[in-house]
Design a binder for this molecule. Structure first.
Ligand SMILES: [Zn+2]
Length: 306
């Protein structure tokens, strides 16, 4: 599934552009004026994209050493902050304690924040931008979008919400064609369990699975079609089968479980390979697919009561 980019600010074209110039300036400053690592993105997240000294937003920010390098300050991230041009010039190479001598509250706030580690979410975001920058360097067309934009695209085009259609609506999308075709859904269902003893809630054996997994040519998880000519269960049932040693099978169909069907009326459609396949038509619903697949405990129905 395609990742849905969620930028820290809600998506809007103008913010994005401003933000891009802001970022590149902060980075070039870091390269020109100090040997600080390329940590602009990390710092922007950490300091909330504002000037640490005056709180101005949406201006080019420069990396500032809280304790100046000329006075022995390090390039460690805990000694770096972001400042707008005027603040940076006013501070010059003075230590922050001198610069903010008249604002002890702000001084304490900045010092505390400098030492605090980046929150998890912010760390993920910084990593994302770094990944984005590196992908751009490959020269391939790279594009990002936000979860909000995906939803906006989907709503605008009148497309229902499904995993696959959401993926088609990521980023800059003018229109989506042919989305009404069904999507193949593949789900890991497992191949049964090694444990052949079923336990009750207290851990005592309550039944045993047969050593053999195949009965009358069918194994639990196979996709079968059962055609019943008459009786209460008359009709055609297509779905995953759960086998019993007795030959009386259950079939999990889209509309529910049909119990006690003879192996004689079953025809194999597809062998179980540990995955459930179903075609879900996005224009109708994708909720039914799960009904098609046997759960992990479906095998219980071939249990012999012990
Ligand atoms: Zn400032």
């Amino acid at each position: 599934m395609l990742p849905l980019w969620r930028s820290p600010r809600s998506w809007s074209g103008s913010t994005c552009k401003r933000w891009k110039t802001q970022r590149s300036k902060a980075e070039s400053t870091s390269r020109e004026r100090s040997s600080a690592p390329r940590s602009g993105e990390y710092l922007l997240e950490k300091w909330g994209r504002t000037c640490a000294y005056c709180g101005t937003e949406n201006v080019p920010l420069e990396i500032d050493h809280i304790h100046p390098r000329s006075k022995g300050g390090s390039d460690r991230i805990s000694n770096l902050t972001l400042a707008c041009r005027p603040c940076n010039e006013r501070k010059g190479n003075r230590p922050v304690e001198v610069f903010l001598a008249k604002k002890p509250d702000l001084l304490n706030k900045i010092l505390a924040r400098a030492k605090a580690p980046l929150r998890d979410a912010a760390a993920v975001n910084a990593t994302r931008w770094n990944l984005f920058e590196r992908l751009k360097r490959t020269g391939l067309p790279v594009e990002t979008g936000s979860g909000g934009r995906t939803k906006w695209n989907r709503t605008r085009l009148g497309i229902p919400k499904t995993h696959s259609l959401d993926a088609a609506c990521v980023g800059e999308v003018d229109r989506v064609v042919g989305w009404t075709c069904p999507a193949l859904s593949i789900r890991a269902t497992g191949r049964g369990s090694y444990q052949r003893t079923r336990l009750d809630a207290f851990g005592f054996p309550r039944g045993y699975l047969t050593r053999k997994k195949v009965h009358f040519g069918f194994a639990t998880g196979d996709l079968v079609r059962a055609v019943v000519a008459k009786g209460k269960k008359a009709g055609t049932h297509l779905g995953r089968v759960a086998v019993r040693a007795s030959g009386s099978f259950n079939i999990r169909t889209v509309s529910g479980i049909v119990q006690g069907l003879s192996h004689k009326v079953c025809r194999l459609v597809q062998r179980a390979d540990g995955y459930g396949y179903s075609l879900a038509n996005p224009s109708i619903s994708n909720r039914k697919e799960s009904a098609f697949l046997p759960g992990m405990n479906a095998e219980v129905s071939n249990a012999r009561r012990g």
